[in-house]
Design a protein around this ligand. Sequence first.
Ligand code: NDP
Length: 337
Amino acid sequence: MIEPVYSPSARRYDSMEYRRSGRSGVKIPVLALGLWHNFGSHKPFQDVKAMAHYAFDKGICHFDLANNYGPEYGTAEENFGRLMDMSFRPYRDEMLISTKAGWDMWPGPYGNWGSRKYLFSSLDQSLKRMKLDYVDVFYSHRWDPETPLEETMQALVDIVRQGKALYVGLSRYPAEQAQKAYRYLAERDVPCLLYQDRYNIIDRVPQNRGLIDLCTESGTGFISFSPLQQGLLTGRYLNGIPADSRMARGTSLKEDVLTPTMLGALNGLNDLACKRGQSLAQMALSWLLNDNRVTSVIIGASSVAQIEDNLQSLGNTAFSEEELRLIEEISAPVQLK
Ligand code: NDP
């Protein structure tokens, strides 16, 4: 059977909000789609395609990848490359595509961490898999304590100079190294576009370590990943562990987080979300978007229905003082500081 040619919705920009990333010229949709878990070779390609098309139809034009997303490593980028060929190529200039290198990708000393050697070869491989000439944002996926920061940053600068990335980003850097990195990059006229870290109602580490304020001061956008704490901040685990859930797969979200204290907090938050007329997932996303220091939030999803649910968060991002106080009170026992 011949596949029908993809034709995106003519109304794709009608309801999405776009926020400027730091002091750059680029605006980013407040919801981005991340391809970490559900877009690799383990997922039927029909599902991958349906989620990516649905997202783009709704104004989610930022797709966040990394070299090792799958599972298997590399296969999320390969599937994205299939989509480029099959449907997205005519819309390339409407898309903001990011990838990263910094975690283990291939064996040996050149397939991990932050050397110039690794970053250059990894990006070349990513571009081939994604069938792209350039990415919009290339991230150093984590700080490498054994490689001089200047080497990693200069690799990012040179990657931009070579036209392989338009902008650069950092993910999960300690505040001290992030500050030095922002300065190094800015002095070379390649300002850091985005800093990426896990931030949500449960995980407050970037806030408490000053990383979000550092972004604001440095003119770098802040983009939150795992905004639903990998699915904990949804209705998914309130009545057990569904067989098709990330927790049941036991990879990055372990059952032992579901303590009675955690379940108590999740139920309390869920009750509050119901009072606001939201699902727990929607409230968790709205809480992030209520903070104007947050440029964007990268959601993961295992179905179109989840993306649909998450998009509803956009219509209800205002909170009363009392609601914010209750979120603090209920989440306090499970907050990661
Ligand atoms: P989330 O916190 O959004 O978790 C996504 C999971 O939550 C889904 O797979 C699904 O779980 C569940 N979910 C999502 N929406 C709903 C809903 N409405 N109702 C019920 N359950 C829902 O994000 P991720 O942890 O997936 O991370 C998002 C992205 O962030 C990644 O894809 C990646 O791009 C980026 N990231 C970056 C990292 C970095 O180091 N820079 C690290 C981690 C992520 P289920 O599968 O069980 O259905």
